[in-house]
Design a protein. Sequence first.
Length: 199
Amino acid sequence: MKELKENILAMEAYAAENNVPIIEKKSIVFIMKYIKEHNVESILEIGSAIGYSAILMASSSVKVQVTTIERDETRYMECLKNVKKCGMEKRINVVYQDALELNLSEELKYDLIFIDAAKGQYIKFFEKYKNFLKPGGVIITDNLKFHGYVGESSKLDKGNLKSLVEKIEGYVEFLKNNKEFDTTFKDIGDGLSISRWKE
Ligand code: SAH
Ligand code: MG
C-alpha cells in the first residue's frame, strides 16, 4: 500500500486530466479540521466522484466512518479502486445509486452530511437527507459560489448556466430562511455552507 499522500496526488492528477470536479484544497482542509474539532465520527456524502473528499474526510481521524453515494458508474468504479488503494474499505462504504432514489434505513443517523452532487438539486438533497442527521448534526454544502457566478445570475444570458446559478442562489436563500438550521457561509474555496440542526 502506497502512502496516502501519494494516492491523493495521483487522484488530483486524475481529476485534472479527466475533468472531475473534486473539492478545492482549502475547503477540504477546513472540513477535516471541523471533523477533528467536533469529534465527527459518522459522515454521509452525496456525490463521491472518485473518492477524493471521502478519503480525506476519513483520514481526519481513525474513528471516522463514511458512507458515500455516487450515481455515475465510471466514477463509482474509480472511487472503489481508490478506497482500496488507501486501505480504507472498512471505513468507507461506497454506494452506487442516485441519491434521490436511494432508500437508506431510517435508523442510520450521521454527525455530518456533505452535499456535493448535482448543484441544481441541492434543496432536494437537503430536504431528503436532513432526516438522517443526529441531533446537533451539520450539513455542509460545497460550491455555493459556483466559480463566482452566484449572486450574479441577472448578468448571465438565458441558458443552462444561468438556470443552474439561479438554483444555487435559491438554495442560499433557502438556507438563510430555514428556521430549523443555523447556517454560516464560508468564503473558502468555491464557497461552503455549514448548517447546524438546532434540535
Ligand atoms: N465530493 C467529490 C466531488 C463530487 S463531484 C470530491 O470533492 O472529491 C459531484 C458528483 O456527484 C459527480 O461525480 C456526480 O456524478 C455525482 N452526482 C450528481 N448527482 C448525483 C445524484 N443525484 N446521486 C448520486 N451522485 C450524484
Ligand atoms: Mg464540490
